[in-house]
Write a protein that binds this ligand. Structure first.
Ligand SMILES: C[S@@+](CC[C@H](N)C(=O)[O-])C[C@H]1O[C@@H](n2cnc3c(N)ncnc32)[C@H](O)[C@@H]1O
Length: 324
């Protein structure tokens, strides 16, 4: 696979049995390698693409889509953390229960702790992180200990190791999971919070940095899935921008109004919904003029929509054929 980032940069994707990573190549010899590997038409296309900023920005996003996802490193004042802090503050202030159990599924480095800290409500919270990747555990443990007035429990490897919760957070997690895993996690989260709380799905609605095999579900997509699964839930979704003219961030809150059924019913609902979800995102790609999006972001958002439609098409074929 080939791509370029700026007009004068070219990347080849190196593959070996363990990893695939883009390697920068930028001299005439490398372009000649492309000619010998892929032939004259590809060579010409690459030269054309290299001279057009828009296509190189799209290509570089698509190259990112070959790399496995990782928990991001956030800077101070991160807008997603600030929004989560506001949400936590609002929820904690309304709640009459003394200690709220917050379960952070897919906790990564434990960044939700920054939001808890910024909310000023740490003293009202029992924090339970769920993170299958042990690489992050030390960082989570350290940050839990450093968060003033917070009660917390040890990191759990899976959501099955938790008994109940007032709030389950899934922050930037669902988009990287395959269909079965995400349906299972949503079901488990609804089960943990049934009769007492809510599930909060918080995602940067248009993935700013491409990653392998992502599929984003918007609030509207999820609403369709629950309808098709005939599940009694209450769902709200709200979108804001990370900053004026920045990336859209979506907060989705779901409350189960009946004991959640087996995850298989949600799986069936999701599979039934895939053609409609694919159509919605295809229309978004084809028809949305992006006039409301800042010029510098347009190419990456277009690339995001292209990758989303491509990945959803794969899901539609792969899962549509399943008998559930
Ligand atoms: C993009 S990171 C998000 C981390 C964190 N929530 C944040 O916003 O910084 C996704 C996290 O989900 C975790 N994850 C992947 N599969 C999971 C699963 N089946 N159950 C729980 N967490 C999972 C990954 O290990 C990773 O830490």
């Amino acid at each position: 696979m080939i791509a370029s980032q700026r007009g004068n940069e070219l990347y080849l994707l190196e593959r070996n049995s363990k990893e695939q990573k883009p390697k920068r190549v930028n001299d005439e010899d490398s372009v000649q390698v492309i000619r010998s590997l892929y032939g004259e038409p590809t060579y010409r296309s690459v030269l054309n693409a290299l001279s057009d900023y828009s296509s190189t920005a799209v290509l570089s996003y698509l190259v990112e889509c070959t790399v496995s996802p990782q928990a991001i490193q956030r800077g101070a004042g991160d807008p997603q953390i600030q929004q989560l802090a506001m949400w936590i503050q609002g929820y904690a202030q309304k709640s009459s229960s003394k200690l709220l159990t917050f379960v952070d599924i897919g906790a990564g480095n434990g960044d939700l702790l920054d939001a808890i800290c910024a909310s000023g409500c740490g003293h009202q919270i029992m924090y339970i992180p769920v993170e299958p990747n042990e690489r992050y555990w030390e960082s989570i443990q350290m940050r839990m200990r450093q968060t003033a007035n917070l009660e917390f429990q040890d990191v759990r490897k899976t959501a099955k190791d938790v008994k109940d919760a007032d709030v389950v957070f899934l922050v930037n997690v669902l988009h990287e999971l395959d269909l079965h895993t995400r349906v299972e996690l949503i079901s488990q989260s609804l089960g943990l919070t049934y009769d007492r709380g809510v599930v909060v799905i918080h995602e940067v609605a248009n993935l700013p940095i491409g990653e392998a095999d992502f599929v984003m579900w918007s609030g509207e997509d999820l609403r369709t899935i629950f309808e098709n699964a005939k599940m009694q839930i209450y769902i709200t979704s709200a979108r804001t921008k990370s900053r004026p003219g920045g990336w859209p961030i979506e907060t989705i809150c779901i409350k189960a109004l009946e004991p959640p059924p087996e995850s298989n019913r949600l799986l069936k609902g999701a599979i039934l919904s895939l053609p409609g979800i694919l159509k919605r995102w295809t229309d978004e790609l084809a028809l949305n003029p992006m006039s409301d999006i800042r010029k510098e972001l347009r190419d990456r958002i277009k690339a995001f929509r292209m990758a989303q439609v491509a990945n959803l098409s794969v899901w539609n074929q792969k899962y549509g054929a399943l008998k559930v």
